[in-house]
Ligand binder design. Sequence first.
Ligand code: 7PM
Length: 260
Amino acid sequence: MGILNTTPDSFSDGGLFCSVSTAVDHAARMIAEGADILDIGGESTRPGASPVSADEEMERVIPVIEAVSQRFSATISIDTSKAEVMESAVYAGAGMINDVRALTEAGALEAAAKLAVPVCLMHMQGQPETMQEKPEYSDVTAEVRKFLSQRVDQCLQAGINMSNLMLDPGFGFGKTQKQNFRLLNELDDIRISGLPILAGLSRKSVIGQTLGIEVNERVYASIALALLAMRNGANILRVHDVRETCEAIRMVEAVVIEKL
Ligand code: 7PM
């Protein structure tokens, strides 16, 4: 899964065409580099970020989803927590929902059930504004698993098909460096009923905390974490650097397949 840049704050007078065409170019590049899924989001879920209205979110993502889905057959994932945005995005061509709030917002469970597309359920402790202030768990892996298990149950009750669910521990979302490490080492323990696991570690602050390097210098460390996640059970990797990650994965897979 490649993370598609959507450049917000550039939508007034003529900024729209520019940001759509930039997004289309970025999508084309990531697909050529090996991405099967493109994740498009209009709300910043960064720690400390402030909330965005549904209208604002849709203004940002819908034109991009339309343009990308008209041109490419890769699956488009809509990164949102809002039912309205999910519906418009799927109508515009998105084929998957990526919700960092695991369908907990009003109407989201019902929307996902009606839309009947795959959904990624992610764990987060707290809200983006404050989640990194004081993350606390007695057993982070057990608690993440328990939360995801409850969300899976809610999804099934709402009429969402099991085969449309995937799980994500939410690296960096209300977790300390140590808690992130533990989740990565124990990644396969969050798997419920054999569901696929999605891991997002690309360029995250856990790398900055360990190596003391800036976001744009985190490519090599991101690849290391991606490979480790894959070895520990991840089925989908959410990444910025598609070519680099795909080459590394293909190389590891070529070796590992010989063990079968
Ligand atoms: C700080 C924390 C800055 C997180 C940026 C981010 C994930 C996601 C994001 C993830 C799923 C980023 C993120 N991370 N969706 N959205 N899983 N499913 O690195 O780990 O872009 S936002």
